[in-house]
Design a binder for this molecule. Sequence first.
Ligand SMILES: CC(C)(COP(=O)(O)OP(=O)(O)OC[C@H]1O[C@@H](n2cnc3c(N)ncnc32)[C@H](O)[C@@H]1OP(=O)(O)O)[C@@H](O)C(=O)NCCC(=O)NCCS
Length: 369
Amino acid sequence: MNPRATWKAALPVRIAGLGSHLPSRVVTNDDLAQVLDTNDEWIRSRTGIRQRHYAAPEQATSDLAVEAGKAALADAGLGIEDITSIVVATTTPDHTVPGTAPLVAAKLGTEITAFDVNAACSGFLYALRVGTGLVATGDEAVLVIGAETLTRIIDPEDRNVAILFGDGAGAVVLVPDDAAAIGPFDLGADGSDPSMLWTESGGTRHPVDAAVLEARTQFMTMRGGDVYRNAVARMSASSQAVLDRAGLTIDDVDLFIGHQANIRILDAVGKRLGIPGDKVHITVDQHGNTSAASVPLALTDARDAGRLTTGDTVLLTAFGAGFTWGSTLLTWQPGSPGRAADHAAETAVDADEAVGTVEQDLAGGGETA
Ligand SMILES: CC(C)(COP(=O)(O)OP(=O)(O)OC[C@H]1O[C@@H](n2cnc3c(N)ncnc32)[C@H](O)[C@@H]1OP(=O)(O)O)[C@@H](O)C(=O)NCCC(=O)NCCS
């Protein structure tokens, strides 16, 4: 493990709001068996997945992200004017250029800092680290969203991959809180063989052309067994690393929320860590693998199911293409946004004045240098 890829301290940051969005179309295993050589028993026994959600044709990742973001803002009791940065974790952006976060920001009605993080299925853990760092270094409230429209990059004719993935989005609002803690983090990446899980074409190495379309390499492919083994090893080791760094044991963890790729992977990680099954939250049966959206979707689902109590220690872990992996601990402290709202009220006038000046410049009314 690269010791530079770690963050040793927990930071005084709290999740003030949680939100999620799942497209309304539900696709069951039986639905897939109508169009693929597969069946419900094979899918359930190999993956634990029973159904997944598919975005409507007119929906893209930013649309799902906006809905999850609005839900998280409402949950926090904040408006978009209280947010100072937006981070969107996605590996299925609306467009190659620009990023998805600026589109999300525009739809939410703001011109604040907005950028993407792409760490595939570990994307939310990476974005959470970035968002936590932003709050710890002065941001007043950061909206971190994991959002994916994976069904756009899976080959509907490839039964190895098509059964696994779904669409969705989850979001958190992060605020400073001296009584709260997120961290330490353990994040890492091994890009030595990206072909184990990748979309080979469509980027700058292999732009889409007729040969690509013929070979169907614009779609995601994977070596399932290699991915499985790496996922179990990396999520187990990374989870243990944050526990060790925090001076905790697995017995101190109240709820374990792992990337929802496959129930067998989660079971294997749980066994390695020695965590009882009733402390492992499962949503993969309902959502399939939603990549960067899976951890915030599962966190929201756990809260809605009454599985999070104030003061609980929650262990989050994820693994994805790259390979990438990441884990962190958080102390569950829901409640009012506190300092963020106070600060927003203090600074609202200044912000309005600044926006007014820029708008004047853009309209041609301002001074030019
Ligand atoms: C993909 C995965 C479920 C396959 O499970 P598995 O137990 O390794 O599968 P097996 O090796 O027992 O079976 C493979 C066989 O099933 C077949 N098969 C593959 N997909 C199938 C499907 N949807 N329905 C029926 N049969 C299928 C294969 O063609 C293969 O047949 P063969 O033996 O005749 O060649 C498993 O490897 C896995 O979960 N990998 C990790 C995937 C993942 O989570 N990726 C994202 C990580 S972020």
